[in-house]
Structures are given as structure tokens and as C-alpha cells.
Design a protein around this ligand. Structure first.
Ligand SMILES: C[S@@+](CC[C@H](N)C(=O)[O-])C[C@H]1O[C@@H](n2cnc3c(N)ncnc32)[C@H](O)[C@@H]1O
Length: 650
């Protein structure tokens, strides 16, 4: 079985899907692969005439999409992914490439050209592996391939064609149909990988991962200077390698890579030779000449070729990024506060004036905000022929995380950032001077300006919404970080709305969880339970520093310890330790700092607004827990919202 060993190799790595297609997302999610979705900003405007074969166009587009995200993330998201996956699906018939229809007439043109005929569906896939070097440079390695599936359509009557077009399904799909839904009715047969027609050749992708992680030792920054791979006519992969120390190539037995070893030998000799190899092959010439192509050279974080004599541009850009960080945050907060993402979800394709009217704001201000959101990848302008002004719609990012009713909505947490953290950060200079939290100062200002703001029930509810939304996003990672299936009872200490508890019982059906929190929180938590209502989760009101803890086999502490003073932390751990019998488990989730406290900045920036506690590394937590009789069994860095540690009572 190829899949599982490969998927487990990717656990703990930051895998990014550079595609906004919900179908690709679902195909990959079904494999159990954990990944982030960062839609590419690459505009699909390559000149199709430049490509000898249609699949080359799909592969090149996939490559550009993946590279754009791989380069953008270290700068815009301040994190370097381990792997970026790009894909592009096209349909070809009678020598024509069909992408997504722009309107109903375009859909009609496409679908009638497919009627009664066999056509090919090509998906080009690019996998970019990113290796962060000590000196902040990022080294990229690229693998690409494509898959072809033949599909035959039945003869389609005009009636049927228009009925299908009017269903709206064709509009965001290559070739104007979706085989997995209504469009399946148009299809007589499929020869080849069905998922390839849906949008992602999963089987080929897994085989490629298997080659990378299980058979190909060249994919390691330690052994290679750089690897360059590209698709061959036979859907296989060709490889150009620059090795660091060795002059011998690495044959990969029984793999399609072996077929192109001559290229390895040519390219191994020197970087200059790599370029000369590329000039011997039209397609590779195109790739190497392309501005966006990765050649076996070092690129810096901004994607520019590294040149030691030019450090200033790179440094300046980084400084500008940092200076603009707060502007980007505030643009997100404001758009979120005005519910722009909800509005555009319900009414996609409004122009700035219409949006301004809906959110009751000025046209000028709204327009400026919308444009800023487009530049940040939160919104995009929609291509509408005939509309005099640009119209806006949500990107996938906004659809998945910014709508207030999305399953993984961060809307409430973003409001918490705006209403609670932002004012604290505006007092950061005093906080640094005085070495104390500015919470009381901020509270007083708010009390004076907004009577209701500090109304305790309202404020608590807002805080709980914020915790709930961010916990839901992290819950799967926390619940699946380790296998705790052998335990039957758990206590989520400071478990707030029960978001983690409900995820735990989903993953471990035999488990029952008691959520312990302060009485005021438990009282309100009912509001959050309606959607779940499961007897396996119960709530208990109490103070974890004073009251007896509920008996359990597993104690869970998610985002609790970092907020406590040393004294309170030891009181709580002592109570948990006393409640535990040998073999009981403690599951701790926090942002773990690196041991030298140089990152991650998410943890260190959070510390700037913390009142009593402190951020720690996994080793520090491990030492503290050891003093309370717990042995650390495993630590998992999730690259996500929270890291986790599993300890067992000795
Ligand atoms: C930062 S929130 C974390 C909530 C939840 N664990 C999560 O990650 O979503 C801290 C939680 O601990 C609860 N808490 C704080 N002090 C407490 C105490 N002394 N006894 C019980 N719960 C407490 C708060 O009410 C809040 O729900």
C-alpha cells in the first residue's frame, strides 16, 4: 500500500494546496492528509500557442500556481511550507483546450463541442518541496507530472444541454461539466483515472510521493544542492540533480526516474551544464527561461535569485512587510467586522457601491478596503463581461475561514483580535516600559467609552465565541496528535465551550469527556452545545485551582498553562498529578517555543499581550511535568495553531 506510509511521512510537515478547487480539497482531505489551502494568485494567462501539447500547458500552469504560493508564503504568511501542491485541469477536444466557461454561451460552446465525442481530460500537477536554509534562504525542488483520462459524452440534445447549463454547475469547471455530480449523466464512458476528471489524479500523486519519500534519497537538502524534475511524454518524471558532495548519480531502481538518468549525468557536472541541457530541449528551454522557473540555484525568501552583493533589497522588503503587518491585520479585522465576507458569500458579485450600501459605509472607504482585501488574497474581482465596475467575490480562504457561519470560521476569533488584542498592542510601549499587562488600563478606557463592553456576561460570551472558533480549527490536530483510544474517560481542564471535547468523542467513540470550567462559563456554554448535544460530553462547574478535579484517565490542558503564573501552574499540575493513578495520561496543547526561544513568532508575539503567564518550549514543559511525576512520551509540532505533548503518570 503506497498511501499510508507516504501520508505518515508528511505528518508534522506543512503541506499546502495551492488551489481553491473544493473538489481537489475534498479528494486530498479524504486521504487523511493534513494540509492548508492557500489559493494561488497566479493568473491562468499562459499563451497556449507556446506549448507543443495540451498537457504541457496544464503542467506549466500547475507549476506556476505552486511556485507562486511557495514563494509568497515565507513573506506574506511568515512561514515556509514543506510542500506546495499545484494542479490544473483542462479538457481537450479536436485540438482545442477548454478551461472554465466564462458565461452560459461559453458553456454551451464547450458542451456542444463535447457532445457525442471522446475527449481527453488532463490534469497537470506540480509538487514544490521547500527547504529552509539556516541563512533564511529557501531552496526549492520541483516535481511535476500529468495524467490523462479519456471521457466519452453521449449525444446531447439542445434541451438537455440548456437544462444542464441552467443548473449552474458548468460555470467553475474545466470543460464546463462536473463528472462527480449532474454532469455524470452526460458521460457514456471513462477510460482512466476518474478522480483525474474530477480534478486531481490521486493515484499518480501518491505514487509520486512514494518515489520522493520512500525510494528517492536525493530529495533531501542534506544530500543535494538542488533537484529539478519535470514531466515526460509517458506521464513519467524526468530529473535534473545537482548534488552537493558526490559526483555519482543516485539511480532509482524500477522507477520512471531511471529512464531519464542521462539528464541527471549531464546536469550533475555543473550548474552551467544544467542550462546547456535545457537548451537542448525546447520545453525545458521554455521552463528555464521563464521568470518563474526554478533552476538549480538558490533563491531567497522573496523568490529572487540569491546574490550576496545585493542583500539590501531583500532586507528592505522584509522590513516593509513587517511595517505593513498591522495594516493588513486591521484591514482583515475591519472587513470581518462589517461582515463583508458574509455579504459576498450570500451575494457574490456586488460592486463597491452596492457593498458600501449594504454595510452602511462610504463608497470611497469601502472601495479602498475591498481593494486592500483583494491584494491580501481575501477577495478577488470577478470577471463579468458587460459590468462597468469591478465586482467582488470571496476567495476560498474567505469562504472557508472568514464567513461567520463557516464550519471553520475564525470570524469570532478575528473580532477578539480586533476588540481585545488590538487595544493591548496599542499600549505595547507602556507594557514594555512597565513590564505589566495593560489589560486594566484598556478595560478602563473601554468602560468609559462603551458602557456595555465590559458587561461581564457579554464580554465572556464574546471571549467564548473567540475560543470556540479557534479551538474548532485546531481541534482535529489536537484530538489526533496521539492515539489515546485505550483511555475511556477524560477531563478537559478549562475546556470552555467543549469544542475540543466534542472533537475527541468524534475521534474516540468509546471516550467520555468532562469539561471543567468556571461556573460563569459553564452556564453560558449551553449556547454552544445545541449543535452537538451528546451524552458523552458533560460539563462541570468548578475552579481548577481550588476544587476537586473530576476523576479521569486522561487530563487535557489546551491553552491553559501559558496563561498561569508559576505558582498557579504548580497548583494545577499538583492537583492533576494527585488525581492521576500510574498510567494516566496528560495531553498538553500549547504553542511550543523553539528551545533557543527564537520562534515561532506566533508564540512570541502572543507573549507580548499575555498578563501573567509565559511561553515555554516543549523541553521546558516536559521538565515541569517531570517534577509532577509525568514522563513525556511524545511531542508533536503541528505547524498549525497548536502543538501537543503526551505525558504519562509514572
Ligand atoms: C484560553 S481559554 C482555553 C479554552 C480551551 N481550553 C481552548 O483551548 O479552547 C482558558 C479557559 O480556562 C478557563 N479557566 C481559567 N481559569 C480557570 C479556573 N481557575 N478554573 C476553571 N477554569 C478556568 C477559562 O474560563 C477559559 O475557558
Amino acid at each position: 500500500m503506497v498511501l499510508n506510509p507516504v501520508i505518515s511521512k508528511l505528518s508534522g510537515k506543512l503541506v499546502v494546496l495551492a488551489s481553491s478547487s473544493p473538489r481537489r480539497l475534498e479528494i486530498l482531505r479524504n486521504t487523511g492528509l493534513r494540509f492548508e489551502v492557500v489559493p494561488s494568485w497566479f493568473k491562468e494567462t499562459l499563451d497556449k500557442g507556446l506549448f507543443k501539447a495540451p498537457h504541457e500547458y496544464a503542467v506549466e500552469t500547475a507549476k506556476q500556481k505552486a511556485l507562486e504560493v511557495a514563494r509568497r508564503m515565507p513573506i506574506k504568511h511568515l512561514k515556509t511550507p514543506d510542500m506546495v501542491i499545484g494542479a490544473d485541469t483542462i479538457v481537450t477536444v479536436d485540438g482545442m483546450i477548454l478551461e472554465k466557461p466564462v458565461d452560459k454561451h461559453d458553456a454551451y460552446r464547450m458542451l456542444s463541442s463535447l457532445s457525442g465525442k471522446e475527449h481527453s481530460v488532463f490534469t497537470g500537477v506540480a509538487i514544490v518541496l521547500c527547504h529552509e536554509k539556516d541563512n533564511d534562504e529557501v531552496d526549492y525542488q520541483l516535481i511535476d507530472f500529468y495524467e490523462e483520462t479519456k471521457v466519452k459524452f453521449a449525444d446531447l440534445s439542445e434541451n438537455m444541454l440548456w437544462e444542464y447549463i441552467n443548473s449552474g454547475e458548468p460555470m467553475d469547471k474545466a470543460g464546463g461539466y462536473g463528472i462527480q455530480s449532474l454532469g455524470g449523466m452526460l458521460v457514456e464512458y471513462v477510460h482512466g483515472d476518474f478522480l483525474n476528471v474530477v480534478g486531481f489524479p490521486l493515484n499518480h500523486f501518491c505514487k509520486q510521493l512514494d518515489i520522493i519519500y520512500n525510494h528517492c534519497s536525493v530529495f533531501s537538502p542534506e544530500t543535494t544542492e538542488s533537484v529539478y524534475l519535470s514531466g515526460n511524454e509517458d506521464h513519467s518524471t524526468s530529473i535534473l540533480i545537482q548534488q552537493k558532495d558526490s559526483s555519482t548519480s543516485l539511480p532509482i531502481p524500477n522507477s520512471p526516474l531511471a529512464s531519464s538518468l542521462h539528464k541527471v549525468k549531464k546536469s550533475r557536472e555543473s550548474q552551467a551544464k544544467v542550462n546547456s541541457v535545457s537548451t537542448q530541449d525546447d520545453r525545458e528551454t521554455k521552463l528555464h527561461n521563464s521568470e518563474n522557473t526554478i533552476s538549480p540555484m538558490m533563491r531567497s525568501r522573496d523568490g529572487a535569485m540569491h546574490n550576496d552583493s545585493e542583500p539590501k533589497k531583500r532586507d528592505l522588503e522584509r522590513i516593509y512587510e513587517l511595517m505593513d503587518g498591522f495594516k493588513a491585520s486591521k484591514a482583515l479585522f475591519t472587513a470581518s467586522k462589517f461582515c463583508v465576507f458574509d455579504l459576498l458569500h450570500n451575494k457574490p458579485g456586488l460592486d463597491a457601491e452596492q457593498i458600501a450600501q449594504e454595510i452602511k459605509a462610504s463608497v470611497k472607504g469601502t472601495e479602498t478596503l475591498l481593494e486592500a482585501c483583494v491584494s491580501l488574497g481575501l477577495l478577488r474581482t470577478k470577471d463579468t463581461t458587460g459590468h462597468p465596475k469591478p465586482v467582488f467575490e470571496n476567495t476560498e480562504l474567505a469562504t472557508h475561514f472568514l464567513r461567520s457561519d463557516a464550519c471553520f470560521s475564525l470570524h469570532a476569533y478575528i473580532q477578539h483580535c480586533n476588540d481585545t488584542l488590538w487595544p493591548l498592542f496599542s499600549h505595547l510601549d507602556s507594557a514594555v516600559q512597565e513590564g505589566t499587562s495593560q489589560r486594566e488600563k484598556v478595560k478602563k478606557c473601554k468602560e468609559m467609552s462603551e458602557d456595555s463592553f465590559c458587561n461581564s456576561r457579554e464580554a465572556k460570551l464574546r471571549f467564548m465565541h473567540a475560543m470556540h472558533s479557534s479551538a474548532k480549527v485546531a481541534a482535529t490536530d489536537v484530538a489526533t496528535a496521539f492515539d489515546i483510544s485505550s483511555y475511556k474517560t477524560a477531563c478537559d481542564v478549562g475546556g470552555c465551550t467543549g469544542a475540543i471535547a466534542y472533537e475527541l468523542i468524534k475521534v474516540y467513540p468509546e471516550l467520555s469527556v468532562t469539561v471543567l470550567d468556571l461556573p460563569a462559563v459553564v452556564e453560558i456554554s449551553e449556547l454552544f452545545q445545541r449543535q452537538h448535544a451528546d451524552k458523552r460530553v458533560t460539563f462541570k462547574a468548578g475552579d481548577f485551582l481550588k476544587d476537586e478535579l473530576p476523576k479521569a484517565d486522561v487530563y487535557i490542558l489546551v491553552r491553559i498553562l501559558h496563561d498561569l503564573t508559576d505558582e498557579k501552574l504548580h497548583i494545577l499540575l499538583r492537583k492533576i498529578s494527585d488525581a492521576c493513578t500510574p498510567g494516566c495520561c496528560l495531553l498538553l496543547s500549547e504553542i511550543f517555543l523553539e528551545e533557543n526561544r527564537s520562534g515561532p513568532s506566533r508564540g512570541l508575539l502572543q507573549a507580548l499581550s499575555m498578563s501573567e503567564g509565559k511561553q515555554r518550549s516543549a523541553v521546558e514543559y516536559s521538565r515541569i511535568l517531570k517534577d509532577h511525576g509525568f514522563i513525556t512520551v511524545q511531542v508533536k509540532h503541528s505547524n498549525n495553531f497548536l502543538d501537543s505533548m503526551m505525558c504519562v503518570k509514572a
